[in-house]
Design a protein around this ligand. Structure first.
Ligand SMILES: Cc1cc2nc3c(=O)[nH]c(=O)nc-3n(C[C@H](O)[C@H](O)[C@H](O)COP(=O)(O)OP(=O)(O)OC[C@H]3O[C@@H](n4cnc5c(N)ncnc54)[C@H](O)[C@@H]3O)c2cc1C
Length: 441
């Protein structure tokens, strides 16, 4: 007889719960999870970037290939569990909680080169590192993620995070902890809190929304919400790109008395005067802040942007996102190159949950190519975001390229606030994330 898991008055059958977590994007068994005999090969494979996508890809490749030379090029010894940054920025987790070590997740079947790729040469099938090491390859997987372009906001620099009421959890674990200090100061005084997102593509587009709700909740608990104006500056005419989610968020912002400015793109800050400047369709607008949650524009790293890999035209060209087929994630001009994660120029998918679904697709096609065949796996754009609406409540928003909702929990409306997605975000996701890094989820 299966036991029940309860919380906040809800009861869920344990077997149904586990099946649902198993069915959830980040925890579910993926297309190539099953064990098959490793393929013998001497292929040279370079994985450029050892973050979420790079480590997960290297782990799966080293299990499915025998004899391959797999090199992960990654400069950082610290690995950040980035989905935890919003929790650190809200004082719910420590900086240590999100700081892991790259070496602990590097699969034994791969070599780690602790360097940065400086040059991609897809015509000569080689990459060159910052120290001048030349790495020829038969296959390349680009997993560099993206860069945070703080310099694109005039007056902003990373050193300001935690000072002058400026929060920005995206810059790392220490920045997330400093952001919590800034939020705590604001919780004491109240005033005007500015939130929003950049106009570029961004990872976890739900994070700015979660942070707004978490700050709103903290202010209410601190008793200062009545003397606070919470303002969300949306870069476009909507809060979220998926229509039913947008409708629900507008309703919740209204309920929480969160004011929204649409088509407001942050271009400049004056940290001394606490004035933020936004470009709007009717000209520049200046808003004063007591607290500002600043999320910078995001682009491909320079080494990728200056290479032949990005789209040459269209919406993904300017910021250097790489030109891959959105279903197979294979480069459209260089078929021995694939992309996984935030670097891909595809319409959705800049989340760790997406990485989980993209990795087996790329591995399927790459392993098939080694055997002279075509792979069959397809990525459908799966993107997931536990949208926290207050401490203890969230909506698990999951969708695909077509903006179809793809809920993992048949017993919960994805647009209803519930304790279960909160428990997943707060307690379970890190374990499934690290299992993904090991190629086990
Ligand atoms: C605040 C925040 C909240 C988030 N919340 C969620 C969430 O709730 N759910 C969710 O699923 N996802 C969430 N994400 C998104 C998720 O963390 C990313 O989508 C995921 O980490 C992408 O993996 P990646 O490997 O593409 O990039 P990363 O994990 O960032 O790794 C890229 C790696 O490439 C390396 N690199 C860069 N340039 C080079 C180079 N030239 N040569 C070699 N290596 C290089 C970097 O050092 C880095 O280690 C969140 C992210 C943030 C910042």
């Amino acid at each position: 007889m299966s036991k029940s898991i309860t919380g906040d008055g809800f009861t869920v059958d344990r077997r149904a719960f586990l099946a649902a977590v198993g069915g959830m994007g980040i925890a579910a068994a993926t297309p190539t999870s099953g064990r098959t005999a490793p393929v013998q090969t001497k292929a040279r494979i370079v994985v450029a970037g050892g973050g979420a996508a790079g480590l997960a890809t290297a782990a799966r490749l080293s299990r499915q290939l025998d004899g391959a030379d797999i090199i992960v090029v990654e400069p950082r010894s610290d690995h950040f569990y980035q989905p935890g940054f919003t929790l650190v920025g809200a004082g719910l987790k420590s900086a240590e909680y999100v700081t892991l070590k790259t070496k602990d997740y590097l699969p034994s079947g791969a070599r780690w080169m602790q360097e940065r790729v400086e040059e991609f040469d897809p015509v000569a099938n080689k990459v060159v590192t910052e120290k001048g090491t030349v790495l020829p390859y038969d296959f390349l997987v680009v997993t560099t993620g993206l860069v945070l372009d703080y310099g694109a906001v005039e007056g902003m620099e990373r050193a300001l995070i935690g000072r002058e009421g400026i929060a920005s959890v995206y810059a790392g674990a220490a920045a997330a902890a400093a952001s919590w200090q800034a939020l705590q100061g604001f919780m004491e005084t109240g005033g005007v809190g500015l939130f929003g997102r950049p106009a570029t593509e961004m990872k976890c587009a739900g994070a700015p929304i979660k942070q707004t709700f978490l700050a709103d909740d903290h202010l209410r608990r601190a008793g200062t919400r009545s003397k606070t104006e919470v303002v969300y500056n949306a870069h476009s005419k909507t809060l979220f790109s998926v229509p039913p989610v947008n409708t629900k968020l507008l309703e919740l912002f209204d309920r929480q008395d969160i004011k929204t400015n649409f088509s407001h793109v942050l271009t400049k800050i004056d940290p001394a005067k606490h004035i933020a400047t936004f470009e709007t369709p009717t000209g520049s607008v200046e808003l004063k802040w007591d607290f500002i949650n600043l999320i910078p524009p995001m682009r491909a790293p320079d080494a990728v942007r200056s290479s032949p890999l990005p789209w040459q035209d269209g919406p993904f060209a300017a910021d250097g996102w790489i030109e891959v087929d959105k279903k197979t994630l294979r480069h459209l001009r260089f078929p021995n190159i694939f992309g996984v994660g935030d670097i891909n120029g595809v319409p959705k998918g800049k989340t760790a949950a997406s990485v989980k679904w993209q990795t087996p697709v790329v591995v399927d096609h790459l392993v098939a190519a080694i055997g002279g065949k075509e792979g069959t796996a397809v990525y459908n754009g799966y993107t997931s975001c536990p949208l926290i609406t207050k401490i203890g409540q969230a909506m698990l928003v999951e969708f695909d390229y077509e903006n179809r909702m793809t809920p993992s929990f048949p017993f919960i409306d994805p647009l209803t606030e519930h304790w279960l997605p909160w428990v997943i975000k707060e307690k379970l996701l890190k374990a499934t994330y690290t299992a993904m890094l090991r190629g086990l989820a």
